[in-house]
Design a protein around this ligand. Structure first.
Ligand code: MRU
Length: 363
């Protein structure tokens, strides 16, 4: 197939086009300032796309890792090559559990097959992972909208705040936290979205770009504005995505999420998390067991803009750059999944995803 255009991605709200042994991706290190479409033809390029954050967002990381494994197997489908491909892809991003979830599923799908059949089977399994994620996004949209509507006031559009980007750029389809917002628009529910910038990488710009494409009313704010907006009663509900959810409902998501949850609790505003089953890690008893990614200090010492990176600090200045934080389950009003709205508790999660909870116990 010929390289898709920007329109091919935006019209369907899809961040990945996979066909004829190639995956096409929108380079998210360039968006929203520039549009560059990547043609990924081998496993190393897929690993690089994840590691360098050309693609990002937990479910999309999982899908691209799945295709990456398939691309590695197209070159060499032997047992040693399969293990090496798994290991290379697994180390690209440590917090998003969707990555390991997808790789384990891919390995299970191919390892018992004769070598000659593995590459084709792997590509089909990656396509299945992507298709399932797209369908799950739609379900999350419906359940999430039902939850959010509970908090709407009669005198104004529903005021929803989000953090980072959990829209179509971060998943296979409509997104997780942003899917209910697209569902609101489709259902004619008046809605206004407060988008926080999400320093240091400013993924809020991606959310703003998505909402602008869709014509959904929104306001972009500095991260530090969230407390004031919540205290002044300007926000009806907050909804964010997740990179990993522990068995007790503790949620790892983009750095800054925890502060929003705290401010929600202090102001009686519900704080929701939206995520598919592939984001649950029943092997992690609580959030303390979730590995937190630390990234290069250069991301804090500079800021990316339309005309390139602006340097804020000299290299010699010590900085820290944790990519994620953990929000304790007690601050979470509910977790929106493809199987409905769940209480953030051991029993709530286990009852909704018994097969995943059992599998974690067995290994
Ligand atoms: O570092 P990123 O941009 O990959 O982090 C993304 C997030 O934290 C998202 O909120 C999360 O992955 C959910 S995406 C549907």
């Amino acid at each position: 197939m010929k390289t898709p255009t920007l329109q091919d991605f935006t019209a369907q709200r899809r961040p990945i086009v996979a066909a004829d042994g190639v995956i096409y991706l929108l380079d998210q290190t360039r968006l929203p300032h520039a549009v560059e479409i990547l043609a990924v033809r081998d496993g190393d390029a897929a690993a690089h796309a994840i590691r360098s954050m050309q693609i990002r967002g937990a479910p999309l990381i999982g899908a691209v890792a799945a295709f990456g494994l398939a691309l590695y197997l197209q070159k060499n489908a032997g047992a040693a090559a399969l293990s090496a491909a798994f290991a290379t892809l697994a180390e690209t991003r440590p917090t998003a559990i969707n990555l390991l979830w997808a790789l384990r599923r891919m390995q299970a799908a191919v390892e018992a097959l004769p070598e000659a059949q593995r590459a084709a089977r792997a590509w089909a399994e990656a396509q299945a992972i992507l298709a399932e994620d797209i369908a799950q996004n739609v379900s999350i949209g419906g359940h999430g909208l039902a939850a959010l509507r509970e908090h709407a006031r009669a005198d104004r559009p529903l005021q929803v705040m989000t953090h980072c980007n959990a829209g179509w750029l971060a998943t296979g389809g409509e997104g997780t936290a942003i899917s209910p917002i697209y569902a609101a628009q489709a259902a004619g529910v008046p809605i206004h979205v407060w988008v926080s910038e999400t320093r240091p990488r400013n993924q809020g710009l991606l959310t703003e770009w998505e909402l602008r494409q869709a014509g959904i009313p929104h306001t972009f704010v500095a991260d530090n504005a969230a407390g004031l907006l919540l205290r002044q009663g300007m926000i009806d509900a907050v909804i964010v995505g997740a990179d990993r959810i522990a068995a007790n409902g503790d949620v790892a998501n983009k750095i800054g999420t925890y502060l929003k949850a705290l401010a929600c609790a202090d102001n009686g505003v519900p704080f929701y998390v939206a995520a598919p089953g592939s984001t649950f890690d029943f092997a992690c008893p609580d959030g303390n067991a979730i590995p937190i990614e630390e990234r290069a200090g250069s991301e804090v010492r500079s800021v990316a803009g339309a005309t390139g990176d602006a340097c804020l600090l000299p290299d010699a200045v010590a900085v820290s750059n944790y990519g994620f934080d953990v929000t304790p389950a007690r601050l979470v009003a509910g977790i929106v999944t493809e199987r409905g709205l769940l209480p953030a508790s051991v029993n709530g999660l286990r009852q909704a995803f018994p097969e995943a909870a059992r599998a974690a116990q067995e290994c």
